[in-house]
Design a protein around this ligand. Sequence first.
Ligand code: NDP
Length: 461
Amino acid sequence: MTKYDYDLFVIGGGSGGVRASRMAAAAGARVALAEEYRMGGTCVIRGCIPKKLFVYASHFADDFHDAQGFGWSVGDIKFDWPALIANKDKEIARLEGIYRKNVEAAGVTIYGDRAVFEDPHTVLLLNEGRRITADKILIATGNSPTREMGTTHIVPGADLCITSNEAFHLDKLPGRVLIAGGGYVALEFAHIFHGLGSKVSLVYRGDKPLRGFDEDLRDALMTSMQRRGLDVLLGCEFTGIEKRGDCLHAETNKGAVIECDQVMLAIGRMPNTMALHVGKAGVQLGKRGEIVVDEYSRTSAENIYAIGDVTDRIQLTPVAIHEAMCFVKTVFENKPTSPDHELVPSAVFTTPELATVGMSEMKALGTGHAIDVYKSTFRPLKHTMTGSEERSLFKLIVDAKTQKVLGCHIFGWGAAEIVQIAAVALKMGATKQDFDATVALHPTAAEELVTMRTKSYSKEV
Ligand code: NDP
């Protein structure tokens, strides 16, 4: 019996915290978890899951249109935003219940409270005013959308804007929406609102959205957005937002004033470490307020660990879950295990979506690889009957010397589903010859991955 109330206290009931608490309890630890809001965290409550439900909702606009090419007559169509919100809320409540049940079934005590540090082994539950001690403490508090648009200040009127948090609970679908940012959240919501019928303008400070992604994917997305009638303002930032009557007026650095019904900020997320009093526990923060951890997710305090978005490594649910498993192996199963952050696949759920695993062309060249590039763009079979001009892009980056596939990038329907499986091949170290030796599954888009025989070009720096 230790001198502490628990062997492990987890702060945060999101993907990382939930997995860590369940696995640690299964390994025999006495575990408690504090969650001040709802179990499930960003992914379940205000991120991946409700977002994907919205993405499905937004696709029907294309489906109704495309159906006509196949002989269907579609009558009057009408979209009911409150119905979508109500059904989404019902599903999220169901999922939250499952999360809670699973954690409790694992024998973990849940405190519906905000926990802050008092010292390296003690947390204070703020509402209850109760102190709890634990041998090990895991910080899994996630991150939140930021409103800090300027480098040194918040742009006037930022409080009039919504973030993705509020976008899930709007009373009505905005007729005209301006979205600031050019990352995952901005692009996904731009397509969601556009698909549901809003007039969307994306305001991005750079020259092309999705910085860091393969250039061909970025180009394919830009072309698709223009084709779809999404307004993309590049090299553009807000300088102020004002409410005039029922409308918002957003002023940009280009001198334009754009009138709209909602302005959404999707300009990144900041680690949730404010007011956690980590200083009292000797836990060091990095420049963005993230918890600094070593390769085993251990913080600067010997008994305190951190996983997931709060560490600002890779902000993805499956990564947080993986980090949780590694944490439990390291601390409770005596098998020191570092999370593997290589070849993590990800997708941006635009319409159509794009997905990627491994190196972009630029990254491969920048890290000293001579490369062979295989690229194919085509009109998907379905669209030969719909009249849509949408095109898909498949791209493989191959190391010229070893023929190992370094990166796989897809824009088009099913990209995320295909890349998940391609990631297995890349993780196993598959070469281009392994792809070539695989028999195609016809007729699919995915078969393109194993039928691109002719090299598009080779490059080295
Ligand atoms: P991202 O980091 O993806 O994008 C932030 C965007 O905001 C960038 O385009 C950035 O521009 C821009 N930006 C940053 N600061 C400013 C500023 N001061 N003024 C104007 N623009 C600014 O953040 P998101 O919030 O979109 O997503 C956060 C993370 O959540 C992602 O990194 C991703 O890991 C995860 N996520 C994953 C999803 C998925 O898997 N489908 C979906 C949603 C989120 P610049 O490029 O010039 O820096």
